[in-house]
Design a protein around this ligand. Structure first.
Ligand code: TXA
Ligand code: MG
Length: 321
């Protein structure tokens, strides 16, 4: 696996590698992704095998601009254009009817495809060089912590891919929001960095689903899903020397606080959540406790990630032990 730090040079080489059927990892504005030629069946299959991804779980497709949409998707509904105008390029993935040329292997046999124009210059430049869409799943083994830096990708996939462009950290640190427009009303199937409230400002309504897939942390995370004040009281009673995931304002409450950022700026929390998960995993604690994020907006995505990663969720109704 080659690693390039010069991302201007790297773009040309990345395009070459992808053209020849290889796999390249690069930053996007959300997390690091894995790019391969969406029209090369072998390359697509290799992405599944590298990620150890269930074949029924489809890959996202990245396109360099909305002009390329018709190469992968069909008949976008009216509301698609509203969303695109507001949020592309950017961290919004949209599920549409797929075009015939897109392999069933890529979409997990579903007749739908998830597409986005990323808001990061590196994948855009690679796709412009190729004049073609590429795959865009996160660059981690399926079910594990998403990578937000080149060193995260190395620790996940060293030797399994052909090229890694080390162009600094991803900007946001959590994944894109996914909207499914193939059903009515439209559904948000993953709350990501764009809050549902922002989507609703376009005048459209959405049903919001819980983040389905679990995240394997390698340690037991216990999430306190209740009012923050109450959660802090409950956690303080039991924490002792256990690490507690909190924010700057809560650090003084615990012996071993693990600070995710600032509650008054949840972008800082989003940016550090996966990094903190990785650090904790490497320290190999048995149990880690976590405060809730009940704030609207990005708080919902953060809470979704914590829930997906948790071994146990303690709520008001749980019996205290
Ligand atoms: O921010 C992101 O979206 C990152 C960056 C690297 O692009 N990618 C990412 O990919 O998070 P991944 O594979 O980790 O998650 C993609 C999610 C999966 O949960 C998958 O089930 C869903 O998107 N998805 C992909 N194609 C779909 C489709 N055709 N219909 C419904 N859901 C789809
Ligand atoms: Mg992922």
């Amino acid at each position: 696996m080659r690693i390039l730090k010069d991302c201007n040079m790297g773009v040309k080489e990345a395009a070459e590698v992808i053209k020849e059927g290889g796999i390249v990892s690069f930053p996007t504005e959300t997390v690091y992704g894995l790019g391969a030629d969406v029209f090369n069946r072998k390359a697509v299959e290799r992405v599944f095998s590298v990620k150890r991804r269930d074949p029924s779980n489809p890959l996202i497709v990245l396109i360099p601009s909305v002009d390329h949409l018709e190469r992968v998707a069909l008949d976008p509904p009216e509301i698609f254009w509203k969303l695109v105008e507001e949020f592309w390029p950017g961290p919004l993935t949209i599920v549409l009817k797929k075009r015939e040329g897109v392999f069933n292997e890529l979409t997990g046999k579903w007749p739908f495809v998830a597409v986005r124009v990323p808001g990061h210059p590196v994948p855009i430049a690679i796709m412009k060089e190729l004049d073609s869409p590429i795959t865009g799943p996160s660059a981690n083994i399926s079910g594990r912590i998403s990578p937000i830096s080149a060193s995260d990708v190395i620790s996940e996939l060293n030797g399994l891919i052909d090229l890694l462009l080390d162009c600094g950290d991803s900007y946001f640190g959590i994944e894109s929001t996914i909207v499914d427009l193939t059903i009515s009303p439209a559904r948000v199937t993953r709350e990501g960095i764009i809050p549902v409230d922002e989507l609703r400002k376009t005048g459209l309504d959405f049903i919001v689903e819980e983040r389905g897939k679990k995240i394997d942390l390698g340690f037991k995370l216990i999430l306190y899903d209740m009012d923050l004040k109450r959660a802090r009281e409950e956690i303080s009673k039991v924490a002792g020397n256990k690490p507690v995931i909190t924010t700057e304002d809560g650090a003084h409450l615990y012996k071993v606080p693990v600070i995710l950022g600032r509650r008054d700026n949840l972008h800082t929390v989003a940016k550090s959540i996966y990094r903190v998960f990785r650090i904790l995993r490497d320290l190999n604690p048995e149990v880690v406790l976590a405060e809730p994020f009940n704030e609207p907006g990005i708080g919902r995505a953060i809470m979704g990630i914590l829930k997906a990663a948790s071994w146990r969720v303690v709520n008001e109704n749980s019996r205290s032990s």
